[in-house]
Design a binder for this molecule. Structure first.
Ligand code: GLP
Length: 246
């Protein structure tokens, strides 16, 4: 089942999403949280840090697994997703760092890293709540539009449009890695609950296709309609095209 919540703006989207994550932590103190990077979740992480600072959240028993990581970037590299997570969340809350997992993009054996990551998620008992952003082309994690859904954690090639979109974080487009490790669609679909967030007009088409288009690997997020517990929080701008179809 997919529940859609439309908010006035980005701030309200973040507050609502942070409340859902906080509720999960309150209900199960040792939750396994699946986390995402990108601009969209930044405000959500700020809200969570605030709740922690106010003494309303305790992360001491929480375990996190991130969706993806660029291949070839060291954890100290400010463009790596490991650095992003430390900087926006982990450094500001009481989570033991050793229980925050991000795929290792510098691994000598990437295939092995993917297999181990998949196994790790299973050994942790699966993801209780997976946070997802949405690519403008409908990607989730780094599962790009393609002819088939990739089930497990794998190495993927980034599409030109994603490299272009993500180049805003890099000095130049040439510096953006061309491949990444990402949880597969099957990995994501196994999460017990999913929370997808999107804001802004540039996500409107992807949201419309995710909600009303065919379920197809050409729009990877569309598969979420087959998941039993998905909450989508979008602002009015991201919902604008879908609204015409309601
Ligand atoms: C990146 C990430 C995704 C993210 C997407 C959207 O490519 N791999 O996990 O959801 O971009 O990013 P943003 O939130 O910056 O729009």
């Amino acid at each position: 089942m997919m529940k859609v919540i439309v908010t006035k703006n980005y701030e309200e989207m973040c507050q609502k999403a942070a409340r859902i994550i906080a509720a999960q932590i309150t209900l199960k103190e040792d939750s396994v949280l699946g986390l995402a990077t990108g601009s969209t979740p930044v405000g959500i992480y700020q809200e969570l840090v605030k709740k922690y600072e106010d003494g309303r959240l305790d992360f001491s028993e929480i375990v996190t697994v991130n969706l993806d990581e660029y291949v070839g970037l060291a954890p100290e590299n400010e463009q790596s997703y490991r650095w992003f997570m430390n900087h926006h969340l982990f450094d500001h809350i009481n989570i033991p760092k050793q229980y925050t997992y991000v795929p290792k993009g510098l691994s000598d054996d990437l295939e092995d890293e993917c297999d181990n990551y998949e196994l790790l998620i299973q050994q942790l008992g699966g993801v209780d709540l997976q946070l997802l952003g949405l690519g403008a082309n409908g990607h989730i994690g780094f599962n790009e539009p393609s002819s088939a859904f990739a089930a497990e954690t794998h190495v993927c090639t980034l599409s030109d449009s994603t490299i272009e979109a993500n180049s805003r974080f890099f000095a130049s487009k040439e510096e953006v890695p061309t491949s990444a490790i990402t949880m597969g669609i099957g990995t994501i679909m196994q999460a017990k609950k999913i929370l997808l967030v999107a804001n802004g007009e540039n996500k409107a088409k992807a949201i419309q296709q995710m909600l009303f288009g065919p379920v197809t690997p050409q729009c990877p997020a569309s598969i979420l309609r087959f998941h039993q517990d998905v909450t989508v929080i979008v602002d009015e701008a991201a919902f604008s095209l879908a609204a015409e179809q309601e």
